[in-house]
Write a protein that binds this ligand. Structure first.
Ligand code: HEM
Length: 188
């Protein structure tokens, strides 16, 4: 079993992790603001603010589509360090949690991409260019795809929150190197 102090993620793994984390958190709150806090039909100002927020949300969140492809390719060739000393059942649960994060990091932006495509809206990437729709415009599908994106984005938000709480538990209660191994710089 690997010594907990010897674990260290590589600089590239750390970069993917923290860049992805930052974008997901910002995209989540901007998406929540545009999708749930603001409503159409209240006032012209609120409608304009909602369109602005959802456009910003899409422009930030679509970058994760490119990042996740890069991250998966990179990870296929670089195994992460073994988990810190813990019972096998905890290792299985941890791997399951990480698999859920990877699944949701793909399913959430793809479902958002699909809902915007079905409505026929433009899909901006980082304010630099747009990507084509996932399929032809089909507004009948939009409510279902919006619901799927809502469900998946909340699942991602809660899974990220659980991931954060477990990282803090490792650091403050178990006092092991799990969180430090993902921090910039040396962990030891
Ligand atoms: C990391 C990726 C993403 C995250 C974390 C995310 C998260 C969210 C959240 C939290 C909401 C509000 C849900 C609610 O109403 O409570 C939302 C709404 C929305 N998202 Fe995303 N999203 C992501 C990617 C995308 C992408 C790539 C697109 C489109 C290209 C997109 C399009 C939309 C749209 C159009 C809404 C508003 C739906 C409506 O209420 O009409 N999202 N997103």
């Amino acid at each position: 079993m690997q010594n907990s102090e010897a674990r260290e993620y590589s600089p590239v793994a750390k970069l993917f992790h923290w860049l992805m984390a930052a974008i997901i958190v910002v995209a989540w709150f901007v998406g929540y603001y545009g999708g749930a806090v603001l409503h159409y039909g209240v006032s012209d100002a609120e409608t304009a603010q909602k369109i602005w927020a959802i456009t910003l949300h899409k422009s930030i969140a679509t970058t994760t589509l490119f990042l996740i492809v890069g991250r998966l390719i990179w990870r296929a060739y670089h195994r992460p360090p073994a988990l810190v000393d813990m019972p096998d059942i905890m290792k299985h649960m941890t791997h399951l949690g990480h698999a859920a994060l990877y699944f949701l990091m793909i399913a959430v932006p793809v479902s958002g991409w699909a809902n915007s495509s079905s409505a026929g809206y433009a899909i901006p990437v980082a304010g630099l260019f747009t990507i084509p729709g996932l399929g032809p415009k089909n507004p009948e599908l939009t409510p279902y795809l919006v619901t799927a994106h809502w469900f998946l984005s909340w699942a991602l938000g809660l899974t990220v929150l659980g991931h954060l709480l477990f990282a803090l538990k490792h650091h403050f209660l178990d006092k092991d190197s799990a969180l430090r191994s993902m921090m910039p710089g040396r962990s030891a």
